[in-house]
Design a protein. Structure first.
Length: 211
């Protein structure tokens, strides 16, 4: 293994270890010793890649955003109806919140960012932008009521998802988050899908599985 590759592997291990520590303990209670222990690296190796706990936290947030963005792009590349893509994005994000420690920690750190002097706006702004584009496309496709303001609906969807996963985390440690996401979309579609398109709703919400 080359030195560059070894460094990349070590950096990735540190981010994974930091994510596990931050998710378990929160930013304030996590020490660099905790991170080194979870990552199974020396503190010297940790300091080689990251100069502070703040740098580590931002690296976890950046990696979380990259993973969510990659999953989003894979959905967009399927060229599905826009409303279907919006629903799948929320389902996939929910799945990542249940299974991926980096995504779990990134979301927790985003909410705790004021503790280390950062305002983490980028991931939310990016997601709102993508949702707004999809809302406009869904309106053109006839699956979202044309009189609704796309920017307002996009912000409402992102805010609704954020609230749903937060409440699920508090009440059940996200054991019911996938069910709650389905509830969210049941309420949303009842309000935003034109009545003449409701007959097609089942097809829109149950896209074909990739082979």
């Amino acid at each position: 293994m080359t030195l560059q590759k070894r460094a990349e592997v070590t950096r990735a291990a540190i981010i994974d270890g930091a994510a596990k520590a931050f998710e378990a303990l929160g930013y304030g209670n996590t020490s660099l010793t905790d991170v080194a222990g979870h990552a199974e690296v020396t503190k010297g190796a940790l300091y080689f890649h990251f100069k502070s706990k703040e740098d580590l936290a931002m690296a976890v947030i950046d990696e979380q955003h990259a993973r969510v963005r990659m999953a989003t792009q894979e959905i967009l590349d399927r060229d599905l109806p826009a409303l279907t893509a919006m629903v799948l994005m929320c389902r996939e994000f929910g799945h990542q919140l249940c299974t991926d420690p980096v995504v779990q920690a990134g979301i927790r750190l985003t909410l705790e960012a004021s503790a280390f002097g950062h305002a983490v706006r980028g991931p939310y702004e990016d997601w709102i932008t993508v949702m707004e584009e999809l809302v406009r496309t869904a309106q053109i496709q006839g699956d979202v009521r044309p009189e609704l303001r796309a920017s307002a609906l996009a912000r409402f969807i992102v805010a609704s998802f954020t609230g749903v996963q937060m409440v699920s985390d508090v009440l059940t440690e996200r054991e019911d988050v996938m069910e709650r996401i389905e509830d969210m979309w049941a309420v949303l579609t009842a309000g935003v899908v034109p009545s003449e398109r409701m007959a097609n709703l089942g097809t829109l919400l149950s896209p074909p599985v990739l082979s």
